[in-house]
Design a protein around this ligand. Structure first.
Ligand code: ADP
Ligand code: MG
Length: 224
């Protein structure tokens, strides 16, 4: 499986489907420790991304970075709150590092590292502060280990997705010290961070777009 511009488009479409399915779950998580808009924010953002992707007469996209840049600019303009600029910066940095027709195993690591750098340069969160960084950091580490071990690009993505899922669950006992959830102090413990969960969904979509290119994505990710 070559991770080319078509993979990138499938990734984005699957993310939009997955986020739409998880909209209520993300909103509920954000209601517990934030203001209850994360599902709505992400769904609105990725719907707008798909509308852009499908716009007639758009210039031809040949590089993985072309698709990621479209995601970045759309999320930045359509998603308010913390998540829009954070994910916008993540996708923009990833786009700049994937100006190529396909990404190999090392390219997957570079893409994920760039995304993490984007989030941390914008949000200044470190691991353990109960944010999306707690999903993305273990994803980068697992992807690096998989790539160093010679895994195929799709397997590198699978390692990243699994680690992001575990990382998101690991935010449950954490006390938030960044973002809106930090206003709750100790009371933020006991809930999964919504942004970490959406990061896990985005990376699961990247994996599925690589491992199972034919399926339309419907019905995956059984409710938890
Ligand atoms: P808002 O908090 O403005 O309502 P969202 O609800 O869309 O925005 O997004 C909340 C998510 O954003 C949090 O769950 C967290 O993962 C992430 N987040 C908030 N602040 C930061 C930060 N400084 N660094 C990284 N991620 C952050
Ligand atoms: Mg919110």
């Amino acid at each position: 499986m070559v991770l080319d511009v078509e993979w990138a488009e499938r990734w984005v479409r699957r993310t939009a489907e997955s986020v739409a399915r998880a909209k209520d779950e993300l909103t509920e998580l954000d209601r517990q420790i934030g203001d209850g808009d994360h599902g709505e924010n992400m769904d609105r953002g990725f719907r707008a991304v798909i509308a852009k992707l499908d716009e007639p007469g758009a210039p031809e996209r040949t590089e993985v970075g072309d698709v990621l840049k479209l995601v970045a600019t759309t999320l930045m303009s359509k998603v308010g709150g913390a998540a829009g600029p954070l994910y916008g910066t993540a996708f923009l940095r990833a786009a700049k590092r994937s100006a190529r027709t396909d990404v190999d195993r090392a390219g997957v690591v570079v893409l994920l590292e760039a995304a993490l750098e984007g989030v941390t340069s914008r949000g200044k969160a470190e691991p353990g502060e109960k944010t999306m960084v707690d999903a993305l950091t273990p994803a980068v580490e697992a992807a690096t280990a998989a790539a160093d071990g010679g895994a195929e690009p799709a397997e590198v993505l699978a390692a990243a997705a699994d680690a992001a899922d575990a990382g998101s669950r690991a935010t449950i006992p954490m006390v938030a010290t960044k973002g809106r959830a930090s206003y709750l102090g100790e009371r933020s413990a006991g809930h999964e961070d919504p942004g970490a969960r959406s990061t896990a969904l985005i990376l699961a979509a990247a994996r599925d777009a690589a491992l199972d290119p034919a399926a339309d994505g419907a019905g995956e990710e059984a409710p938890r």
